[in-house]
Design a protein around this ligand. Sequence first.
Ligand code: ZN
Length: 184
Amino acid sequence: MSATNVEQHEVRGMVTDNTKNDQKRDLKLSGQVVGSLPDSTSAQAHESMSMTIEPYQAGADEAYMNKEQRDHFKKILLQWKKNLMEEADRTVTDMKDEANHFPDPTDRATQEEEFSLKLRTRDRERKLIKKIDEALQAIQDEEYGYCEVCGIEIGIQRLEARPTATQCIDCKTLAEIKERQRSR
Ligand SMILES: [Zn+2]
């Protein structure tokens, strides 16, 4: 799986029409593909977590990435990490529970497929947790929220949708185009 795909699998956070009025947003915090995007890999969507953290309401003359904003994203990242780790624990428990329960060879084959899927999920979770840790470190170092390529502000809105973003939308788009050209 390419780096681009991994990024795409982090898609989360969506505005649900019926909750627009109270400005609440349903943040799906999980390694799984969730949200309104149709995706063939969303078979495990039942494993996804959801939580509601109010989007940050920045004041008109508020400085970008002031302490309040850093705290806001730290809260989101920590909650997300906690959910992912609980999910990873559950995956391991499931696998232990299921092991040796299928003496029939056909069932075993199915089980092996399931295990392989779970291992891939765990791998994705681990990668995500690593990115979350890096983002938390960046907050600590007060470097969070700036594009690692060009240095401009990534922006609150983009970070709400993708708290582990390390590039602005322009640099990210460019990187994805280059990636596509390379893999052609
Ligand atoms: Zn940039």
